[in-house]
Write a protein of this length. Structure first.
Length: 344
């Protein structure tokens, strides 16, 4: 029991196990939080988390995120799952204050010692974020999954949404793309373990820079890249803001040695699901960008749009953050025929 591979239980790994965008929109089509005046960010905008006003200035952020194993190492899985859940608070511009766990596993197939290691990884990642796991819920389930419900705080004028971009904004990304492809290679036994450290570092790194970016008024919109891929989440920004975007394909960062795995056709099944939801909204897709830009990310980077007049100030601010990278990948445009135009 202790020598099992966690990914063998996963039909789809990490954020790739999300319900398809079109199906999700159908499920939520008659659901609304608009009747509650204290809900400032609700279900209607498909944003990263809910934001609820406590008074005229103070708000709480609430979110939950969980998924099936993306790696075989139990401790590493806990780290990645926790970082991914906490990221939703950072993507709103807030700071996390507490977490409770969501856990399911087949008790007759996976030992309690393995599950304990998952919890240890999550606890250590939460400590890195300055919070603790203060409770949770667990069930006996046929497929293992783990995640967190996270609560954060933010002031009303610092909230960052995914539908508030402006025409002319510069588009930035804080992490390279490719975790879905690497996870698929791992699941198929094709991942060179020399490439594992870079993959794990990317997937487990906290997006804590989001709390700093929340205080910058020239940051107009922000979200994190997860299961719907770079293009899916960029389409959400475009449609929510009633704009279009132009992306320079060569400027989008990719994980080291990713081509080795795309050449081996290590493509997650949900890559096609993601594309089917948006293909009529995209112009200029190439064979390589089809695989990478639709790749379902787990705890991917923050996708940020900023007032281009403050571009230099933004880059200077990011230089003060040695643990974070930032990549300029495109620009927001007035709405046109396509949501996103890809340029070589």
């Amino acid at each position: 029991m202790d020598n099992i591979r966690l990914t063998q239980f996963s039909k789809s790994s990490g954020c790739g196990c999300k319900v398809a965008p079109a199906v999700l929109q159908g499920i939520l089509s008659n659901t609304s939080s608009a009747d509650n005046k204290n809900v400032l960010v609700g279900i209607e905008s498909f944003d990263d988390a809910s934001v609820i006003a406590l008074n005229d200035t103070d708000c709480i952020i609430t979110t939950n995120d969980f998924f099936t194993p993306i790696v075989d190492d139990a401790y590493d899985f806990g780290c990645i799952a926790a970082a991914n859940a906490i990221s939703d608070v950072y993507a709103m511009g807030g700071r996390p204050i507490s977490a409770i766990s969501i856990l399911g596993f087949p008790v007759e197939k996976i030992s309690a010692d393995i599950v304990k290691k998952i919890m240890e990884g999550a606890q250590d990642k939460c400590r890195e974020a300055g919070i603790s796991i203060s409770g949770g819920h667990s069930i006996d389930a046929p497929e293992p999954f783990f995640g967190l419900c996270v609560t954060g705080t933010i002031t009303k004028n610092h909230i960052k949404r995914n539908n508030s971009s402006k025409a002319g904004d510069s588009i930035f990304l804080t992490k390279p793309i490719g975790t879905g492809i690497f996870s698929t290679a791992l699941k198929r036994g094709l991942l060179d373990m020399e490439d594992y450290p870079a993959f794990f570092k990317n997937a487990s790194a906290l997006n804590s820079i989001g709390a700093n970016l929340g205080q910058l008024m020239y940051v107009n919109a922000m979200t994190d890249i997860t299961g719907f891929g770079l293009l899916g989440h960029l389409v959400e920004i475009c449609e929510g803001s009633d704009l279009s975007a132009a992306i320079n394909i060569s400027k989008v960062p990719l994980l080291p040695n990713l081509k080795k795995y795309t050449d081996a056709f290590c493509v997650p099944d949900n890559t096609y699901r993601n594309w089917n939801a948006i293909e009529k909204k995209i112009q200029g897709i190439t064979p390589e960008s089809f695989i990478t830009f639709n790749d379902p990310q787990t705890n991917g980077g923050l996708l940020i749009t900023i007032d281009s007049q403050h571009r230099d100030s933004f880059l200077l601010e990011m230089q003060k953050q040695p643990n974070f990278q930032v990549f300029e990948i495109g620009k927001m445009l007035p709405k046109n025929e396509f949501c996103v135009e890809l340029k070589a």
